[in-house]
Design a protein around this ligand. Structure first.
Ligand code: SF4
Length: 212
């Protein structure tokens, strides 16, 4: 929490995850795999302009048309296939109801999402945290890089182990997990880059790597 507080003091509140509806957030969580958010926004805007950003309309869109619309997000054929797996799960298995997808205990929701082809832990957890508002800590490459440099874990720590570190040490609160993740993204983008800018980093007084 000391790290969170220091980052919040430095960057201020991030009020993160653009997305007008839980469904849009889920689509964004799939599209953002291996790309930046700016590219995802372009793809989402294409879907909105075609008026297909709803479970049923997107489900009925042929693969080729979907792939063209989401092209700005990169890996568009793979992502179109992943979206269609998710849409099939949402529409064919859950009647198009996002509420039904997120009904029940967090662990059960997570297990159901992970069973959908193309949805891994980071994507599932992004959906659970940002679309369902349930408290699970999202781990990404920035988080691993920062926390291994800070000295909390190995570089190649597993998703499960580093997530456990957060869930044990940070109070279980969706708004807090949301903010903390967004702050780590800011640190990873602006200071803790592949070549870190430790001199100006807000965490340099508490970082193992900065003192080496
Ligand atoms: S001090 Fe350097 S290595 Fe440590 S978190 Fe900041 S940028 Fe990363």
């Amino acid at each position: 929490m000391k790290i969170h507080d220091r980052l919040l003091e430095h960057f201020g509140p991030q009020n993160w995850w653009p997305g007008d509806t839980p469904f849009e957030v889920c689509v964004g969580a799939i599209l953002t795999q291996n790309t930046n958010w700016g590219n995802v926004e372009k793809a989402i805007n294409n879907l909105k302009a075609r008026k297909v950003l709803s479970p049923k309309a997107l489900y009925e869109l042929p693969h080729g048309e979907l792939a063209v619309l989401i092209k700005p997000s990169g890996y568009f054929n793979i992502k179109a296939a992943r979206l269609r797996h998710f849409l099939s799960f949402l529409v064919a298995e859950n009647g198009g109801s996002i509420k039904r997808v997120f009904a029940g205990k967090l662990e059960d929701v997570r297990e159901r999402l992970l069973a959908v082809k193309g949805i891994g832990p980071e994507t599932a957890d992004s959906m659970i945290l940002y679309a369902a508002g349930m408290p699970i800590f999202v781990i990404d490459a920035y988080t691993k890089r920062i926390f291994s440099r800070l000295g909390f874990c190995a570089k190649d720590v597993s998703y499960h182990d580093i997530q456990g570190l957060f869930m044990k040490n940070v109070p279980s609160d969706a708004a807090l997990y949301n903010e903390y993740h967004a702050l780590l993204v800011m640190l990873g983008k602006h200071f803790c880059k592949p070549k870190p800018l430790c001199g100006a980093c807000p965490l340099n007084k508490m970082c193992a790597k900065a003192s080496t």
